[in-house]
Design a binder for this molecule. Structure first.
Ligand SMILES: [Zn+2]
Length: 142
């Protein structure tokens, strides 16, 4: 799906690639153009991704877990083998200290049940976590 922010991001990544490409190209010739573009594109892509992940981790606080024991990001760990719990499609998977699994998508926090299905848990709105209504779960954030 090509949304406007995504299109905007791709434009910036290509622009970074082109800028670096022309710089390296002038110095190193044909190899510089290719290398410069790839380096510019991938580093700006990584930077965007890092900003998104950091924002997710720092600016979006974690809700109290189902058992009420874990309240901050220190109470949660991300899924093993992933970076910050990142999964495809902009969702993040976490496990709290009680052993329960959660899935974050945008400003929604969902609990992962033992049969691997997700169930709405909390949503972040107006600076605090509110109970999520299952009725409003239709249609994703991204
Ligand atoms: Zn917990």
């Amino acid at each position: 799906m090509l949304t406007l922010p995504r299109l905007f991001g791709i434009t910036i990544w290509i622009a970074c690639g082109v800028v670096l490409s022309s710089r390296c190209g002038r110095a190193w010739g044909a190899f510089g153009y290719v290398f410069g573009f790839l380096a510019g594109f991938s580093s700006s892509f990584l930077l965007t991704w890092l900003i998104l992940v950091t924002r997710n981790l720092l600016l979006m606080p974690f809700p109290e877990c189902r058992r009420g024991k874990c309240r901050t990001f220190r109470g949660y760990v991300w899924r093993r083998g992933s970076i910050y719990g990142w999964e495809k499609g902009g969702s993040f998977r976490y496990r709290c200290k009680c052993g329960d699994e959660y899935l974050r998508e945008g400003n929604r926090f969902m609990e992962v049940l033992s049969d691997r299905t997700t169930h709405p848990y909390k949503k972040y709105q107006g600076g605090k976590w509110l109970d999520d209504e299952p009725d409003h779960n239709a249609g994703g954030i991204l």
